[in-house]
Design a protein around this ligand. Structure first.
Ligand code: PEP
Ligand code: MN
Length: 262
C-alpha cells in the first residue's frame, strides 16, 4: 500500500538512471529483436530520441505457435551489446522460471508480460532475484489483482518493482485493447510503486499512441514503455503499433512539456 512509503518507491539503475520520483522514464524499442542490424539501428534511434531504456523481446509470447517466437539467447546478447554501445539500459520479457538465470547477465530489468501477470510461480522466483522487474497488467486483470500479483514479488524481498498499464480486453475492437488511463492515477493512489503506461499495446495502432502517451504522463505516470521500429512495415511483430523513429523523437519533445524526462 501507499502508506508503506508515502513518498513513493524509486528504483535505481546504472548510468545514474532513477525510476520514480519526479521524473518520467521512457523505455522504447521494437516489439522483438530481429537481427543485429535492426536492433543496433533501433538503439541508436531510441537514444537519439532521448529515451533511457531499450526494449525488445528475445522470448516472445505469441498468440500463434507458428508466429516468430523470438531470437532467444542470441537476442539477449544483441540487446546487451547495442545498449552498451548507445548508453541505454535493457528491458526484456521473461516468460518462464528457467530463463531467469540465463537472462541475468544481459539485462537491466525483467519485463513480466500481460499473459504472465498471474503466473504465480514465476512471480515468486522474481521476488528472489536482485534485478528490477516491470510487471504488466494482465489482459483481464482488475487493479486489485495487479496489486496482489505485485505482492508476490515484493513479499520475496524484491522491492525494485514497477507496474504497467497496457490495456485490458473489453467489447471494443477498434483498438487492440482498451487502454485504461484511469488505472494510472488509481494505482498511484493505491501503491508506492512506480506506475508505467504502455500505450502501444494499449491501442494497437500507431496513430493513437502519442495521444495516449501524453495522457498517461498527464495522469501521473512515472514512465512509458513504447514500441518503435526503424521500419515498422517490415516488423516481425506488432508493426502496426510501432512508432516511426521520427514520431518517437517528436513525442518525447512533447512529453518534455509535461514532465522532466531523465
Ligand atoms: C510486449 O511488450 O511486446 C508484449 C508482449 O506485451 P504484453 O505482455 O503487454 O502483451
Ligand atoms: Mn509487442
Amino acid at each position: 500500500g501507499r502508506s508503506f512509503r508515502p513518498e513513493g518507491t524509486t528504483v535505481t539503475f546504472k548510468n545514474g538512471v532513477v525510476v520514480g520520483g519526479n521524473q518520467v522514464t521512457i523505455m522504447a524499442g521494437p516489439c522483438s529483436v530481429e537481427s543485429r542490424e535492426q536492433i543496433l539501428l533501433s538503439a541508436k534511434q531510441v537514444a537519439a530520441a532521448g529515451c533511457q531504456f531499450l526494449r525488445g523481446g528475445a522470448f516472445k509470447p505469441r498468440s500463434s505457435p507458428y508466429s516468430f517466437q523470438g531470437m532467444g539467447l542470441e537476442g539477449l546478447k544483441l540487446l546487451r551489446e547495442v545498449a552498451d554501445e548507445t548508453g541505454l539500459l535493457v528491458i526484456t520479457e521473461v516468460m518462464e522460471i528457467s530463463q531467469i538465470e540465463l537472462m541475468l547477465p544481459y539485462i537491466d530489468c525483467f519485463q513480466v508480460g500481460a499473459r504472465n501477470m498471474q503466473n504465480f510461480n514465476l512471480l515468486r522466483e522474481l521476488g528472489h532475484v536482485r534485478m528490477p522487474v516491470l510487471m504488466k497488467r494482465g489482459i483481464a486483470a482488475t487493479i486489485e489483482e495487479v496489486l496482489l500479483s505485485a505482492e508476490y514479488i515484493l513479499s520475496g524481498g524484491n522491492y525494485d518493482l514497477m507496474v504497467c498499464e497496457r490495456g485490458i480486453r473489453t467489447f471494443e475492437t477498434y483498438t487492440r485493447n482498451t487502454y485504461d488511463v484511469s488505472a494510472i492515477p488509481v494505482l498511484k493512489k493505491l501503491t508506492h510503486l512506480p506506475v508505467f503506461g504502455d500505450p502501444s499495446h494499449g491501442v494497437g495502432k500507431r496513430e493513437f499512441v502519442p495521444a495516449m502517451a501524453l495522457a498517461s504522463v498527464a495522469a501521473g505516470a512515472d514512465g512509458l514503455l513504447m514500441e518503435m521500429h526503424p521500419n515498422p512495415d517490415k516488423a516481425m511483430s506488432d508493426g502496426a503499433q510501432s512508432l516511426f523513429p521520427e514520431q518517437l523523437e517528436k513525442l518525447v519533445a512533447q512529453l518534455r512539456q509535461l514532465a522532466p524526462i531523465v
